[in-house]
Every structure is written in structure tokens, then in C-alpha cells.
Design a protein around this ligand. Structure first.
Ligand SMILES: [Zn+2]
Length: 241
């Protein structure tokens, strides 16, 4: 049986002397590892279509429980400009690593595919790429279910108003934090910090933004740093690394 799908290359790694294993985010089949025969032998259009971030139409064969083989790959858009910009590529690589580590293989996720493709298209022609990579990161976390509830207290379920606190993967209202914090008071500071209210407010509204809005706004750098600190802390506490 021949399968085909639109796909974005997430990663490719050497296999043997001339072959490659290419990891794709496909529109129809989710994340897939596919085998590419001899693309490294000669410089070819087939070879260039396997570069990271390339958006292609691919066909592949083989049993689903085995490593399937790419038989055709036609570039729809190369995203070469992004690949050649070290800073953007580095940011995207971090998000892709997360995606590869924490999302299941062979699970169709059209929302994720469309998100990735639209963000790449926007970044290609924008000088606000930092807005887009931040948006992609937060949306990926949210789509994979890794963001905590930021509207309601993780313990009592009440709406979060005023100061909120982050404790062991959850966002708590002040009174629940005080109660739960007793249990941790002998522990070191690890896993808790005061969640700046503006980070919560920002994330709640950020997740609802249209892509066109990202082109128009300048996000305060200090706020971006605070969001990054929160994400880093949250991931390190809730996800087994
Ligand atoms: Zn509470």
C-alpha cells in the first residue's frame, strides 16, 4: 500500500553510510519516522527535500509496524530562509525537541500540523519572529496538555483573582497555597514560586491571539523572560526529563 501526505521535516539523522531516518510531522498520520534510501550519495532534489523544516508532499510504503520507506518527496516550500537563520532555527529546534519527546507517534493532529505550517509561513517573512516562536511554544504545550489551568485554582477550583502561586505543577489561589504549602515547608524552595499575575493574564490572552495580531504587537522583553522562566520551571517539574 502507498501512503501519502503533506509533511514537515522535523529532524533527519544519518543511518548507515548513505541513508537517513527522517522524522516528519505529517498532516494525515501525525509524527512519523521514515527511511530514506541513499539521499546522501549525490546532491539531489530528493536530498534537499529531507532538510529540516522542509514542507513537502511525500509518499511512502511498507507495513505500519515496520520502518516505512519514502518513495517520493516533492518540495512544496523549502523554508530555507528560516533554516539559515541560526537564532530562529535554534528556537524552533528547542520546540521540536519537546514535540518529539512528549507527543505520541502516529497520532493525527491536524491542529498541530496547521499551527506549525502557519507559524513557519509567518516567520519566513516577518521580523517579529520572536513573537511567533513564543506563540508556537505556548500553543504546543497547550495542545499536548502540558499547561496548567491558569483560570482556576488547581486545588479548590475557584477563579484565580489576585496573587497566584505556582506549586508543584499547579497554580493555586493564595489560601490554597498557604494550606498546601505547610506540607512542603520543610522542603527546599524547589517547585514553588510566586506566579506573577501578569504572566497568568498574559498567557490567558496570548493563547487566544490570532496570528495576524503577532505581527502588530511588541511584547515586553521582561514579560517574555518571566514567561520563559515559568515554562522552564513548569516543564522541569511536571515532565520527566
Ligand atoms: Zn484555591
Amino acid at each position: 500500500m502507498i501512503y501519502s501526505s503533506e509533511a514537515i521535516v522535523l529532524e533527519s539523522r544519518d543511518y548507515g553510510e548513505a541513508d537517513l531516518i527522517v522524522t516528519y510531522l505529517t498532516k494525515e498520520f501525525g509524527i512519523l519516522n521514515l527511511f530514506a534510501k541513499s539521499p546522501r550519495k549525490i546532491k539531489s532534489r530528493f536530498g534537499s527535500s529531507l532538510e529540516p523544516l522542509t514542507y513537502s508532499k511525500i509518499s511512502f510504503i511498507g507495513r505500519e509496524d515496520k520502518l516505512q520507506k519514502i518513495i517520493q518527496s516533492d518540495i512544496l516550500y523549502p523554508f530555507q530562509k528560516i533554516r539559515e537563520n541560526y537564532k530562529i532555527f535554534f528556537k524552533l529546534a528547542e520546540i521540536i525537541r519537546f514535540l518529539l519527546q512528549y507527543s505520541s507517534k502516529r497520532e493525527k493532529n491536524s491542529e498541530l500540523f496547521n499551527l506549525m505550517l502557519s507559524i513557519l509561513r509567518e516567520i519566513e517573512d516577518s521580523n517579529k519572529w520572536e513573537n511567533y516562536t513564543l506563540f508556537l511554544k505556548i500553543r504546543v504545550l497547550s495542545l499536548l496538555g502540558y499547561l496548567p489551568d491558569m483560570k482556576h485554582c488547581g486545588a479548590c477550583g475557584k477563579s484565580l483573582n489576585g496573587q497566584s502561586h505556582y506549586l508543584k505543577g499547579f497554580i493555586l489561589c493564595s489560601s490554597c497555597f498557604l494550606k498546601n504549602n505547610q506540607e512542603y515547608k520543610d522542603n527546599k524552595e524547589e517547585g514553588k514560586y510566586i506566579m506573577p499575575e501578569r504572566v497568568i493574564n498574559f498567557l490567558n490572552s496570548f493563547l487566544k491571539w490570532q496570528l495576524s495580531h503577532l505581527e502588530r504587537v511588541k511584547i515586553n522583553e521582561k514579560l517574555i523572560d518571566e514567561v520563559e522562566v515559568f515554562i522552564k520551571k513548569h516543564i522541569s517539574l511536571t515532565v520527566k526529563l
